[in-house]
Every structure is written in structure tokens, then in C-alpha cells.
Design a protein around this ligand. Structure first.
Ligand code: NAD
Ligand code: WQD
Length: 346
């Protein structure tokens, strides 16, 4: 049992939101790294079937507690009973459009929920935290690639909830220097575990590009609407930094190793450092699936920016991490998951 420099007494990792898309892949990466973990999830946006799928991948059934991170007393019990030494905090609401319609729900879940979790951690002397932040915290008018010291300024309640939590965490660590905190700013995680047992299973119409393309390929959607063909990019369509979800998951294990060596607060981009357009990833998906993807170019989506990709030197320098999987693997793994699970987890 590790006794961390920050006073934590255990070596179990608490994975909040661990039945969700990225959290479930992080559980696989933790298992592969030989780390014990316990999952907390309220199933607001995931299926209990994910637990069965994780068992088939890792070979044993992970500990799972169905609970809300906002239940501080319950979180304190989980931290104590499972001898937690660090938290990977994925739990949260993540739909930009929904956050504009339901801002209080997003501030309650993402900010107040995180506050309850932090207070439980503090009470149990668990002071290592990896927080799921997002490239959406960067201001819209930054030059590319985005460095971690670029101007911050979210343009919607979802992004503001992420930015506010980053500030909460920075203030906490400044007041109590024994905290070890990493805010990982994910760019565009896509793909799935190569087993096709876990993957992205959006409810309703997918907001994001790759799951929508996947549903067109599998015949659930008629065609892709390309949001804007008149951006100042090579082919006029939006450019993003797509990164394999398993690379993101492995980045969390690397970040944990860093936090076990060094208290502090750090923000780190998780991306490939490469920008890819909508049409480029569509073509790649056609190559991976062997299926033509019909599309039509329509109006820009309000709030979208033309291009966004990461400067990735800090993750390399601090975590010895970089994304290893290319666009072809992202699309092939996404397609294998979609083919095997046409309706996601159902
Ligand atoms: P997801 O919705 O698949 O997973 C989130 C999980 O958290 C779900 O299983 C949900 O049931 C659970 N959850 C939500 N609120 C909870 C609560 N109050 N208590 C307990 N469990 C709760 O989302 P994801 O794509 O895996 O994203 C994980 C995290 O990464 C989120 O915080 C998201 O904002 C962030 N993020 C995601 C992306 C992306 O493109 N997917 C990009 C940047 C950041
Ligand atoms: C990618 C590109 C669209 C759908 C969002 C959130 C961000 C983060 C990741 C949580 C853009 C275009 C999309 C479609 C399209 N989530 N597109 N047709 O907007 O970069 O980021 O997800 O943290 O916070 O903002 O990802 O996949 O929605 O869009 O043309 O049906 O695909 O315009 O250029 P985005 P996305």
C-alpha cells in the first residue's frame, strides 16, 4: 500500500464517470498498468452493461458504486472503504448545446458536483486529482497551435463550468500546497478499444462528428451535414485535433505517475498536435469502413471556430506521453465498435 507524499493512505484510484466513454477506456489503461481502481457513476449518460464489457476486457469485475459525485458523504465513504489514494475525475455533463439551454444543470453537476467531491477528498486526506478539462476553455481568438498558456475564455456554460473548476483547483492547491492536481485539456477524443467491446454510445442524435459519421456508415443516419464549407482552412471545413481515446486514457496513467512524484497544479493538453478537417476525416472513415459517406455542406454551426489543435510539448516533457495512434487507427477502431454495436450499448 503506497503512502503518498500528500498524505493519502491508499493506492486505489477512484474513477468518477468510469462507465462513460473516456472513463471506461481509462479503466482499461489502469488495469493494463496494474493499478487497482473503483468506479463511481450515476448512470446519467452510460449503461451498466459497460461493467460487463470491462470485465471481458480486463479479466476480472471492477468494483463499481452507483452514486452521484454530489453526494459528499457517500464519496467520503467510497474514498475510505476503498483506500483511495488518487482520483481520476471524468464525471460530468458535456454537451455544449444542452448547456446553453440548461446552464444551472451544468453548473450544478460540473461545478457543485466537483466541489462536493473535493470536500470529501480533503476530509479523507486524498489530495491527488486528475480533472477532465477541455480545449473549450481556450478563448476563440488564439493562434494555433494552442499552448497551455494561451488566453482562456469559454464561450458557453459547459466550457465555463470546466474553466471554473480549473480555477477552483488552482486556488485549492495554492492554499494547500500538498495537493497534486493535473487539469488535462482533451481536444477531440475519438475511436474505441480494438476489442469493440467498449466505445462511444451517444444518446439520441450525436452532437460530435465521428459518432455521427459512424452512424451514417452503419446505416442509422442518411447523410452527414458538414457544418460550413467556407472557413479559412485548406478545404473550407472545420479543423480539429482528433486523438485516439486510448491515447487519452494512457495519458491519464502517465499524468498519475507524474502526480505521485510531484505535488502542484498543472494544465496539460492531450492531443496529437495535428489539425484535421471534416472532409479529411470523412475520407479516412470511408477508407476504414469501405463505405461511401454521403454528405451535404450546410450552414456553419453557431459557436464553432474554424480551427483548433494542440501544442503537445508539455505532455511530452512532464509525462513522457505523446499520442501514438494515427487517424487511420482512430477510424478503424471507431468503425469496428460501431459495426459490432449498431445501437451502442442499447
Ligand atoms: P460521458 O458522458 O461518456 O461520461 C461521463 C460519465 O459520467 C457518464 O458515465 C455519466 O453517467 C457520469 N456522470 C455524469 N454526471 C455524474 C455525477 N454527477 N455523478 C456520477 N457520475 C456522473 O462523457 P465522456 O466523453 O467520457 O467525457 C468524460 C469527461 O471528459 C467529461 O467531464 C467531459 O466533459 C470531458 N471531456 C470530454 C470530451 C469529449 O469529446 N468526449 C472532450 C473534452 C472533455
Ligand atoms: C468537430 C468538427 C464541426 C458534427 C466538441 C465540444 C468540446 C468537446 C469535443 C467536450 C467541427 C464539424 C460536427 C456534424 C460537422 N467536448 N461537425 N457535422 O465542436 O470540436 O468539440 O466536442 O468537452 O467541448 O465543443 O467537436 O465533433 O462536435 O465537431 O460538420 O454533424 O466537425 O463543425 O468543425 P468540437 P465536434
Amino acid at each position: 500500500m503506497a503512502s503518498g507524499a500528500n498524505g493519502s493512505s491508499g493506492d486505489t484510484v477512484l474513477v468518477t464517470g468510469g462507465l462513460g466513454y473516456i472513463g471506461s477506456h481509462a479503466c482499461v489503461a489502469l488495469a493494463e498498468a496494474g493499478r487497482r481502481f473503483v468506479i463511481v457513476d450515476n448512470l446519467a449518460n452510460s449503461s451498466p452493461r459497460v461493467l460487463d464489457r470491462l470485465q471481458r476486457i480486463v479479466g476480472w469485475r471492477p468494483d463499481f458504486v452507483e452514486a452521484d459525485i454530489g453526494d459528499g458523504a457517500r464519496m467520503a465513504r467510497v474514498l475510505r472503504e476503498h483506500r483511495v489514494g488518487a482520483v481520476m475525475h471524468f464525471a460530468g455533463s458535456k454537451a455544449v448545446g444542452e448547456s446553453v439551454a440548461l446552464p444551472l444543470d451544468y453548473y450544478r453537476n460540473n461545478v457543485a458536483g466537483t466541489l462536493a467531491l473535493l470536500e470529501a477528498m480533503r476530509a479523507q486526506a486524498v489530495r491527488r486529482l486528475i480533472f477532465s478539462s477541455s480545449a473549450t476553455v481556450y478563448a476563440a481568438d488564439n493562434a494555433m497551435p494552442l499552448r497551455e498558456d494561451a488566453a482562456l475564455g469559454a464561450s458557453n456554460p459547459y466550457g465555463r463550468s470546466k474553466l471554473f473548476v480549473e480555477h477552483m483547483l488552482r486556488d485549492l492547491q495554492a492554499a494547500e500546497p500538498e495537493w497534486a492536481i493535473a487539469c488535462l485539456r482533451y481536444f477531440n477524443p475519438v475511436g474505441a478499444h480494438p476489442s469493440a467491446l467498449i466505445g462511444e454510445s451517444p444518446r439520441g442524435i450525436p452532437n460530435n462528428l465521428v459518432p455521427y459519421i459512424a452512424q451514417v456508415a452503419v446505416g442509422r443516419r442518411e447523410r452527414l451535414s458538414v457544418f460550413g464549407g467556407d472557413y479559412g482552412t485548406a478545404d473550407g471545413t472545420g479543423v480539429r485535433d482528433y486523438v485516439h481515446v486510448l491515447d487519452v486514457a494512457e495519458g491519464h496513467v502517465a499524468a498519475l505517475r507524474h502526480l505521485e512524484r510531484a505535488p502542484g497544479w498543472v494544465a496539460v493538453n492531450l492531443g496529437t498536435g495535428q489539425g484535421v478537417s471534416v472532409l479529411e476525416i470523412l475520407r479516412e472513415y470511408e477508407r476504414a469502413s469501405g463505405i461511401p459517406i454521403p454528405f451535404q455542406v450546410v450552414q456553419r454551426r453557431p459557436g464553432d471556430i474554424a480551427q483548433c489543435w494542440a501544442e503537445v510539448a508539455r505532455a511530452r516533457d512532464l509525462f513522457a506521453w505523446r499520442a501514438r495512434r494515427d487517424l487511420g487507427e482512430m477510424c478503424a477502431d471507431s468503425w469496428r465498435w460501431q459495426q459490432a454495436n449498431p445501437d451502442g450499448y442499447g
